[in-house]
Design a binder for this molecule. Structure first.
Ligand code: B3K
Ligand code: ZN
Length: 887
């Protein structure tokens, strides 16, 4: 049992550092059984810090074995400094001084994958947020920015490539087959952006000429067998570099930009200055081994990390409470980029579906926090959907309120004003205000108040006065530590449709002129009405177009009105949204029938709507696929007061089967036509082809529910003869979820045989099986954990098998006897010792206990208690478990 609770760190306690580090000179001597790190820190008192006397200097440091320490070349002995588990403290004797330290560390035993560690045969680093302190004694905080030089020395044979941030300035040979390289980064940076890589790596090379005509060398380093999987990432990088010049006026600043792919990585990727380190799953992609979704993910993550060069590196965070300053903004930037490269409407649909399912759940759970949190125990736990996804929505709302041009003026001012600084969310908002002459004081509540606001809308039409009134009521539920909330500024984009589906001109009471098309109302009060005048017929409102704010909208649409919006709304996002809301209503009715023990009866209007969409040859096939995708079980859970897992699953499967039967012909027609096209054309990783294959694949998954022989035959054919992973994996998933055991087993065996040497493809093989909702899910997952390709030490494997099971196979995970919960808790306990960050993330499904019936609540809480009592917990796991039990 943990005896000491981790400390709570609070935003209100922020203090500027007492000392600064102007220069950091590092030397790494890498060996198989140890690494020596020499650090020379050129330091001085921070002129901004107060007091006459020199305060003691406390450097962060964890798991370091101190070998030598000197102050201004004077060796220090044991009495000259104090060491604790987390720090080294000494007393400077002058305002400017140099510290030299040598520490011994063990990257070869580092399974937490934070600091310097080994992934397979290579050395690599992950320093954000507080990993640098596991490398050397330092002021490991983002507001301490320093100029770095780094020398890496290692055995040449095993580690021919030695990389760090910036430009290589010297290299040489040593005795005993060792060599060294020195890198210099001309930009000041916080330690979290430091990176080092050593390995036997090959590079795909290219170059890019910036808008001002500078040539930048581009290199993607991978293990030799992966060199043929880097083209897509390289193409994405060049598109991102161009896009950032055009959309934000941001140019790249070093002569070289490097990406390194590593297999063992806790997150997607890391934006280290000039040397991005990536999870191999976020770089490697080619038709035969990666799906369309994987290709799009690579494009988005390459762009995201590249965009950080400005939003994060050139302008960084003052402290970790400001994390969303770089993450929310950068997610917005990458989503705008992806929208421009692909279909903006489809991108928005994907983002909103993700936000509403997962971030809204976080906002309603025990770990709910604001976009700029007030406190944390372990910062690693705050790389959340709220910081990233909701943070992006907050910046997006600023753009909606200011307009594209005003927003660009604001971002230009922000980058210009704060280049080279470590700043706060307030500084970002202030730049937006100053560039536009507006006051965003009330808007800033989005940064400080947690929770998802509800927005209830009612209407009133007065035919004789030709007036239409919309009344908005907003309220936000209490979240931990925040009982009361003040009204938010909610940008509400809307239009009004007449009886034939045409947009009505919009004139508010008191305005001289009508506006045509969408307009944005800024809601600022708990309750507020807007009156539109000159309205000749009762309109149908299209509200929250493009999901203009992250709120839960409530308007009492009838199913016929939703059908009407699906057909006529000029806003593509809202057409999809009307279909989703219709499906939600229909599914909730089925859930009710199931719970009441009644026979299930599907509202035929849903079938009619989907039939019309399938028949619409003019509609983007990606949109057809999106409309055909019923709201997920996870989303249906999120919007339930108390989620009945079994009823949700039964209702949704019933609806899917009914759709498959009723629309068999049009589904078959669209499937066959697209499969034929796939057969005739080579794979292309572009939006139009993603769209076509998305429709083909969802059609196939419906068709298989009919269990007809011709579908089985088509699926097996697609599995065997497609030239790309998108079609092959979908066929495999369809077989895995089908009753055709012989074909399923044969396909699984074939696939494993063909791809056993490709870990990323084997991840997909694990995931497909983890997601199989047929009975016996837990036993299948337990058996797969014994497969030779599985290991708990690789985060991708943990996510692919255990994460997919707990998050995507709800009916198996939530089995009434609690066996799924017990299994997950066991994995969390094991991982707590190996990799605390992954353990804490894996826990999330257990923290949502409030959503379920009393029996499941008790079972979930019992597992949280068991984790708490299991021994010494990492601060990561302790924080999540203790907050979940307290809430
Ligand atoms: N900034 C990194 C996150 C690293 C988190 C480490 N616990 C990835 C990104 O958002 O770009
Ligand atoms: Zn990021």
């Amino acid at each position: 049992m943990r005896t000491e609770q981790p400390k709570v760190i609070r935003l209100q306690d922020y203090q500027a550092p007492a000392y600064l580090i102007d220069e950091t000179h590092l030397t790494f001597e890498l060996f198989e059984d140890r690494t020596l790190v020499h650090a020379q820190l050129v330091m001085r008192r921070n002129p901004a810090s107060e007091g006459a006397a020199l305060p003691p200097l406390t450097l962060h440091g964890q798991e370091l074995q101190l070998q030598a320490l000197a102050l201004d070349d004077r060796p220090l002995g044991g009495g000259d400094y104090q060491l604790s588990d987390e720090s080294l403290t000494l007393q400077p004797t002058s305002a400017a001084f140099v510290i030299d330290s040598t520490v011994l560390i063990h990257p070869e035993n580092n399974t937490a994958l934070e600091g310097l560690y080994k992934s397979g045969k290579m050395f690599c680093t992950q320093c954000e947020a507080e990993g640098f302190r596991k490398i050397t004694y330092y002021l490991d905080r983002p507001d301490v920015m320093s100029r770095f030089t780094t020398t890496v020395s290692a055995e040449r044979q095993r580690y021919p490539v030695l990389l760090s941030n910036g430009n290589p300035i010297a290299s040489g040979e040593e005795e005993d087959g060792r060599h060294w390289v020195t890198w210099e980064d001309p930009f000041r940076k916080p330690a979290y952006l430091f990176a080092l890589v050593a390995g036997d790596l090959w590079a795909l090379e290219d170059s890019f000429v910036t808008a001002s005509g500078r040539e930048v060398a581009l290199r993607i380093y991978v293990e030799p067998e992966n060199l043929d999987k880097c083209q897509h990432a390289m193409g994405s990088l060049k598109k991102a570099m161009r896009w950032d010049e055009e959309a934000y006026g941001r140019e790249y600043d070093l002569d070289i930009f490097m990406i390194v792919a590593v297999n063992d990585f806790n997150m997607g990727a890391m934006e280290n200055k000039g040397l991005n380190i990536f999870n191999s799953s976020a770089v490697l992609a080619r038709a035969e081994t990666a799906t369309d979704a994987a290709h799009q993910r690579v494009e988005a993550i390459v762009a995201h990390e590249y965009f950080h060069n400005w939003s994060g590196n050139r302008v960084t965070c003052r402290d970790w409470f400001q994390l969303s300053l770089k993450e929310g903004f950068t997610v917005l930037r990458d989503s705008q980029f992806s929208a421009d490269m692909n279909s903006p409407t489809v991108k928005r649909i994907e983002d909103v579906a993700y936000l509403r399912t997962h971030q809204f759940a976080e906002d309603a759970g025990p770990m709910a926090h604001s976009v700029r949190p007030e406190s944390y125990m372990e910062i690693s736990n705050f790389y959340t959907l709220t910081i990233y996804e909701k943070g992006a929505e907050v910046v997006r709302m600023i753009q909606t309120l200011l307009g594209a041009e005003g927003f660009r003026k604001g971002s230009d001012l922000y980058f210009e004003r704060h280049d080279g600084q470590a700043v706060t969310c307030d500084d970002f908002v202030r730049a937006m205000e100053d560039a536009n002459g507006v006051d965003l004081t009330q808007f800033k509540r989005w940064y400080s108040q947690a929770g998802t606001p509800r927005l209830q809308v009612s209407e009133d039409y007065d035919a004789s006065a030709r007036r239409y009134r919309l009344t908005f009521r907003q309220n936000c539920p209490a979240t931990p530590q925040q009982a009361e909330k003040l009204p938010f500024v909610i940008p509400l984009a809307l239009g009004l449709l007449d009886g034939r589906g045409r947009e009505l001109p919009l004139r508010l009471e008191g305005e001289a002129q009508a506006v045509s098309g969408t307009r944005v109302l800024a809601l600022t009060e708990a309750e507020q009405s807007f009156v539109f005048v000159d309205v000749d017929t009762r309109p149908l409102p299209s509200l929250l177009r493009g999901f203009s704010a992250p709120v839960k909208l409530e308007f009492p649409y009838s199913r016929d009105q939703l059908l009407f919006l699906m057909q006529h709304d000029s806003d593509g996002f809202n057409r999809w949204e009307a279909g989703q809301q219709l499906a939600v209503q229909v599914l909730q009715e089925l859930i009710g029938q199931h719970r009441a023990g009644e026979a299930l009866r599907l509202d035929p209007r849903l079938l009619d709507a989907l039939r019309a969409v399938l028949a619409d040859a003019a509609l983007d096939p990606a949109m057809v696929a999106e409309v055909l995708s019923l709201p997920s079980e996870a989303y249906l859970t999120e919007i339930s007061e108390v989620a009945d897992v079994d009823a949700i699953h039964a209702a949704r499967e019933f609806a899917r089967k009914a759709i498959a039967e009723a629309l068999y012909q049009p589904l078959w027609q669209r499937y066959s036509a697209n499969r034929e096209l796939s057969r005739q054309t080579a794979y292309v990783a572009e939006a139009a082809h993603f769209a076509r294959r998305a429709l083909q694949n969802i059609a196939l998954s419906y068709l298989m529910l009919s269990e007809r022989a011709e579908v089985l035959e088509a699926t097996v054919e697609q599995f065997r003869s497609s030239d790309n992973m998108t079609e092959r994996l979908n066929a495999l998933a369809v077989l895995v979820n089908s009753p055709f055991e012989a074909e399923r087993d044969a396909a699984l065996a074939d696939f494993a045989e063909q791809f056993r040497d490709d870990p990323l493809v084997m991840d997909q093989w694990f995931s497909v099986q983890a997601g199989n909702t047929r009975p016996g899910g837990l036993e299948r997952v337990q058996a797969l954990m014994r497969h030779p390709a599985f290991t708990l030490k690789n985060p991708n494997k943990v996510r692919a098998l255990i994460g997919a099971f707990a998050n995507q196979n709800l009916v198996n995970f939530h089995q009434g006897d609690g066996s799924g919960y017990r299994f997950l808790a066991d994995q969390v306990i094991t991982l707590n010792a190996l990799n605390p960050q992954i353990a804490a993330r894996l826990l999330a499904p257990l923290t949502r206990w409030r959503k379920y019936d009393e029996r499941r609540q008790a079972l979930l809480k019992a597992e949280l208690e068991r984790i708490l009592a299991s021994g010494e917990l990492s601060s990561d796991v302790y924080e999540v478990v203790s907050k979940s039990l307290a809430a």
